[in-house]
Design a protein around this ligand. Structure first.
Ligand SMILES: Cc1ncc(COP(=O)(O)O)c(C=O)c1O
Length: 453
């Protein structure tokens, strides 16, 4: 795996032949974007990359160059880009009807709800569909407030829950929050991640102290009753941070003691990505009251969901609640196909095996590259935190960007995250192979070596 100055890592072979690209030039696209699109949208690389085709774990630019995708459209392409079975089932549905709304019966959305129920712990069997994770989290928090009659919600520092008003309020990164009145009554408890914790002790002790911080937050900052608690089992945008397995158990117990519902944001951790289990919360042996999902559920189709118990879901019936595209037949066809493909292609098991190989490789790189301060995550939801000094843990922010650029030059697309943008995020389509992992590690080895010089 070690790379010398003379060898250049070679991307594993692939039979797919990209179509010749005949659309507007890269420069024209860039100009249109700059002129007509909201300036808040950003690109990852200094010289923006244009992607016009995808096949499973690979992406193609307009020249036909192939890249290994380790970021999956931000943890969204679960089965693989344009997975043939998912595409075929969406196409079949497109030929029949593309939109109905829930005011008529259509088989797809109750079938998808039934299938999701079969993947959940018993009792979590009622689903409401939305289009995005933000909407799903907004709705989950609304349901918790209506069900409990309380307003206050506990979220966790370093979390990301979306950009609609309540989800943005629950998000805990200054970079993603606007200075506007978003939503009152959301409080952030200290993260259980041991790497940068203000608490000391073993990861389990840090987790217990973080769970106790929820109790203190409730006692000091709320009326002593809460509507709920929302947390990602592994924080995604936050840089694959996670507490020891006792954290969620203890956190849920505290929240329930004060009358709150526990919401698991499975937008990134769901659908087998963490390897050992289908849902991230299962790694901690807890059962939430509400589960929110998006991203991987649709392999790229705009689809998200809130699953809960019937008694909890019933609170929405006191008013009319409607979502035009929630339950859209094409999105549902995609979702139904995704759930089948995850099982048929063994993607959860692949995440475990191939993700385990990747994590082990990152840990090996850590022994040779001083910049890797921490390697963490599970399955194919991994993070490597880059620091300038392992003692001070000063974030290696610019260096992380340089590594992204070098990896791109060598055909590997990485993500980044963390409050300081100094965590390499590795969350590829779950069809990644062992050869892909070895190639990616060679490229990372080379990139780290160049930046550390
Ligand atoms: C954990 C988590 N929750 C919610 C969201 C919001 O999802 P969306 O961008 O679909 O609104 C995201 C998006 O990155 C996320 O990572």
């Amino acid at each position: 795996m070690t790379t010398t100055a003379t060898t250049r890592p070679v991307i594993p072979p692939c039979d797919h032949k990209p179509h010749p690209y005949t659309g507007p030039s890269r420069q024209e696209v860039l100009t249109m974007r700059q002129q007509y699109c909201n300036p808040a949208i950003f690109t990852l690389y200094q010289d923006p990359l244009m992607i016009v085709e995808g096949h499973m774990q690979y992406l193609y630019d307009e020249t036909g160059r192939r890249y290994l995708d380790l970021f999956a459209g931000i943890v969204t392409v679960s089965c693989g880009h344009s997975h043939p079975k998912v595409v075929a089932r969406m196409k079949n549905q497109l030929d029949l009807i593309t939109h109905t709304t829930t005011i008529y019966l259509h088989p797809n959305f109750p079938a998808m709800a039934k299938k999701l129920a079969s993947k959940m712990p018993q009792g979590l069997d009622v689903t409401y569909f939305t289009n995005s994770g933000s909407e799903a989290n907004d709705l989950a928090m609304l349901i918790a407030r209506l069900y409990t009659g309380s307003n206050d919600i506990i979220a966790v520092r370093n979390s990301y829950h979306g950009n609609s008003p309540t989800a943005m309020a629950a998000t805990s990164h200054h970079t993603w929050k606007y200075p506007a009145q978003l939503n009152s009554g959301i409080h952030h408890a200290i993260s259980p991640d041991p790497y940068r914790s203000p608490f000391s002790g073993t990861p389990e002790q840090v987790a217990s102290q973080a769970a106790d911080d929820i109790r203190q937050l409730i006692r000091y900052s709320t009326p002593g009753r809460v509507a709920g608690y929302i947390a990602e089992p592994i924080q995604g945008v936050g840089g694959a941070t996670q507490g020891a397995p006792n954290y969620l158990k203890e956190a849920y117990a505290v929240v329930r003691e004060y009358g709150g519902l526990c919401i698991a944001d499975e937008v990134q951790t769901g659908f087998g990505r963490t390897g050992d289990h289908y849902w991230g919360f299962q790694n901690s042996g807890v059962v939430p009251d509400i589960v929110t999902m998006a991203k991987g559920i649709g392999n790229g189709a705009p689809l998200a969901a809130v699953t809960t118990r019937r008694d909890i879901a019933s609170v929405l019936t006191q008013r009319v609640h409607f979502n035009t595209f929630g339950g859209n037949p094409v999105s549902m066809a995609a979702g139904l196909a995704v759930l089948d493909v995850i099982d048929e292609d063994g993607l959860q098991q692949n995440s475990k095996v191939v993700g385990g190989r990747f994590k082990q490789g990152l840990k090996e790189l850590q022994t040779r590259h001083r910049m890797i301060g921490d390697v963490r995550g599970m399955g194919l939801m991994l993070g490597a935190e880059l620091v300038r000094d392992r003692g001070t843990k000063e974030p290696a922010k610019e260096e992380t960007l340089q590594i992204l650029e070098i990896a791109r030059e060598h055909g590997v697309l990485l993500g980044k995250g963390g409050l300081d943008g100094n965590v390499l995020r590795i969350k590829p389509p779950m069809c990644l192979t062992a050869q892909d992992v070895d190639f990616a590690l060679e490229v990372l080895d080379l990139a780290l070596g160049r930046v550390e010089k």
